[in-house]
Design a binder for this molecule. Structure first.
Ligand SMILES: [Zn+2]
Length: 416
């Protein structure tokens, strides 16, 4: 237990890192514009990479542009499986400054606290910064999936809409060779455990006034691409009854999907939150609509049975098609890791709450592969996330980071 107690994270340092990192892509209204691999994202990564090096990590960047910082044990073999933590640095458009960023700043603070403590670590420790968790290019959790060979065929060459760069193009801009993407692949056996600290992105912890959430599981997520084709034409000369308006047909699909989800009960949620209309002018009848459906459920059968229902809806509309572009089964967190987080909380006298995550995270990738995985949530004010109002209490972040540090050391010292 002495091992655990001697490590002390510092709130002031964590806050400074977080605030410094938030400068990259800051918007006037307090929001953040930092799409994956954009110029500002690359700048933020360079800055963070320097901080990782300063903290004494050996840093490398893989072919998926993931940053990998490693601390090797002072004694003993350095090729043992590592205990890793990490999150992402990219943000949703006009999002908040804590989603992802807090997890990597917390990981950095853990590394510093370990170094300061002078305690020899019994196994390697890694800090991972994943590329494009938010799916800015295509499907989401790109970096962690690339790390374990879970990308779908041709995925890196696709883009969400015409004129938007694909991952391959942006990787090239970041100095990577997309043809070498498989060099990013690692074996799950290299990891003894993975832990991710993240803001809850929902209101439960804030409402209860509890600083730490121990995540029990993450919902399953299906993402679909839906395309509806019509016939573009002059908005003034073609009579209504002779039109084939792609957007009108898309609207029918949206309403039908919403109705089907309402009828399916409280176990499942779905959102069409992104849409492109082509050619996209007020005086042209829409010819093509591309849209994305995000479907989530903690109930696997509810998520899977929706596939047939969706297909029926699409089949009922002329010239519409649907494609499943990402399917991540729901995951449960490792009981031993959850227990270790709980013991760390009890030792610090930190109140905690077991909680289920409705948001996807890179931790899912690790859990799917059977790597012992855990997540620590901290409250975000009023549950606001993916918006400029996203905010936290830094005291909570420091408490969560201390629990992360203690848990990582506990696992490093265990026989897991
Ligand atoms: Zn996130």
């Amino acid at each position: 237990m002495m091992l655990v107690n001697k490590i002390r994270v510092k709130e002031s340092r964590l806050k400074k890192d977080q605030c410094d990192l938030a400068r990259f892509g800051r918007e006037e209204n307090g929001g953040l514009m930092r799409p994956a691999l954009s110029a500002v994202d690359r700048e933020a990564r360079r800055w963070f990479k320097d901080r990782m090096r300063e903290a004494g990590l050996h840093v490398r960047e893989d072919e998926a542009a993931n940053l990998i910082g490693r601390l090797n044990p002072t004694q003993g073999p350095s090729d043992e499986p590592c205990v890793a933590t990490g999150s992402h640095i990219d943000a949703v458009p006009h999002g908040g400054k804590f989603d992802g960023a807090l997890g990597i700043c917390a990981g950095l603070e853990v590394i510093r606290a370990i170094q300061e403590s002078g305690i020899p670590i019994p196994c390697p420790i890694e800090l991972l910064v994943f590329t494009d968790e938010e799916g800015g290019h295509f499907a989401g959790t790109f970096g962690s999936r690339a790390m374990f060979n879970l990308l779908s065929e041709g995925e890196i060459h696709r883009s969400k809409s015409d004129g938007q760069p694909s991952l391959a193009e942006d990787l090239r801009r970041a100095g990577k060779d997309p043809k070498l993407i498989s060099q990013a692949v690692r074996s799950p056996a290299e990891f003894r455990a993975f832990l991710e600290l993240h803001i809850e992105q929902g209101p439960l912890l804030d409402t209860m006034g509890v600083p730490v959430g121990i995540v029990e599981g993450i919902v399953g997520i299906d993402r679909y691409f839906i395309q509806v084709k019509g016939r573009p034409g002059h908005a003034g000369t073609i009579p209504m009854h002779l039109r084939d308006d792609a957007l009108v047909k898309a609207a029918r699909i949206i309403t039908a999907v919403n109705d089907a989800l309402l009828a399916a009960g409280s176990d499942i949620v779905g959102t069409i939150g992104e849409m492109k209309v082509y050619p996209g002018a007020f005086n042209i009848i829409p010819g093509i609509v591309d849209m994305y459906l995000d479907l989530r459920s903690r109930n696997e059968s509810a998520r899977l049975s929706m596939r047939n229902i969706l297909q029926k809806i699409i089949d009922s509309v002329e010239n519409a098609r649907i494609e499943l572009i990402l399917s991540k089964p729901g995951v449960t967190m490792n009981p031993t890791i959850m227990q270790a987080i709980m013991e760390s909380c009890e030792e610090q006298g930190t109140p905690f709450q077991r909680i289920f995550s409705g948001a996807g995270h890179d931790a899912m990738t690790f859990a799917t592969l059977g790597i012992p995985t855990g997540m620590i949530f901290i409250p975000c004010l009023e549950g606001k996330s993916h918006c400029p109002e996203e905010d936290i209490h830094f005291e909570d972040a420091a408490v969560g980071t201390q629990i992360l540090a203690d848990t990582m050391m506990r696992i490093a010292a265990s026989s897991l």
